[in-house]
Design a protein around this ligand. Structure first.
Ligand code: SF4
Length: 282
């Protein structure tokens, strides 16, 4: 499995640095709270400052350990199975703090989101998450469809005639080949509804940095890998995706042997005669 199989772009360092900065800030705030409340707590009971001190120390220690696991996972080091969930939970929990700290230093949100996606992908990859083909949901926004395409694909992506005008046809082909679920959604609400309906064990989302970062957070604790789209025509218009990367990611997320190929409805812009129908005629 290549190191950057999900995004193709190694940009993990920024998010790791921001998470470490978040941790130092949190530890400082915890110390300041303890220090300020010390005399007041002492008046109530002589044990209270020590109890609060121990609670804060344990929390800071556990968070620090989780961050170390996250950095290890992001670097490709093995993470103990018991800490896998916590590591993934921690990056999702600390993402908003990292964005807030990045803002103070004038770092663009998009860069932080991109870095967060790279770290998240690496952690998922490190965990070796694999699911049956029919429990994987592949989802992409509507802007991937060619703007002039007359076919309605948001209700049923298999209405795509696979004319090769855009990558939707390639994704439909991949879904038909593997048997994973595939949906084209018009926004975050529809994406969330789709996840609720399908109840996947893992998600592969194709979108821009902003939508991927919020999508990964939205579907947590379901593991979601993200593949960034390409925007040769500007944002949200006739976007493209690296199909080689998508195919590779799908194959990595599916348990081998669980694929359930479906018969294509259209190919090269034309309807494909139904096989069962042909069989009956013979
Ligand atoms: S591949 Fe062709 S038919 Fe399918 S969505 Fe794109 S333009 Fe439309």
């Amino acid at each position: 499995m290549s190191q950057h199989a999900y995004t193709g772009r190694p940009r993990k360092r920024l998010f790791v640095v921001l998470i470490m900065a978040s941790y130092i800030l949190m530890a400082f705030i915890a110390w300041a709270v303890w220090r300020v409340s010390y005399l007041g707590l002492l008046e109530i009971s002589s044990y209270l400052p020590a109890i609060l001190g121990v609670i804060f120390t344990v929390l800071i220690f556990l968070t620090g350990f989780g961050i170390l696991s996250m950095i290890g996972a992001a670097m490709g080091l093995p993470v103990l199975h018991v800490f896998q969930r916590q590591t993934y939970a921690l990056i999702n929990l600390l993402f908003p703090v990292a964005v807030a700290i990045g803002k103070i230093f004038g770092i663009k949100r998009r860069r932080i989101e991109g870095s967060f996606i790279a770290v998240s992908n690496r952690i998922i990859q490190n965990h070796g998450i694999k699911v049956p083909a029919d429990r994987l949901l592949m989802v992409t926004p509507h802007c991937l469809q060619l703007a002039t395409c007359p076919h309605k694909i948001t209700r049923d992506p298999y209405n795509c005639h696979r004319c090769r005008g855009c990558n939707v046809g390639d994704l439909v082909a991949l879904a038909e080949e593997t048997g994973c679920h595939f949906f084209v959604v018009t926004g975050g609400t529809l994406a969330r509804q789709t996840v609720k309906k399908i109840r996947p064990q893992a998600v592969l989302a194709i979108a821009c940095e902003r939508d991927l970062a919020s999508g990964i957070q939205d579907v947590y604790p379901i593991p979601a890998a993200g593949v960034l789209n390409m925007r040769p025509n500007g944002p949200c218009y006739n976007t493209r995706v690296d199909m080689e990367l998508v195919r590779k990611t799908v194959k990595e997320m599916i348990i081998p042997g669980t694929e359930k190929p479906r018969q294509p409805r259209f190919m090269n812009g034309k309807p494909v005669p139904r096989k069962d129908h042909d069989d009956k005629e013979e």
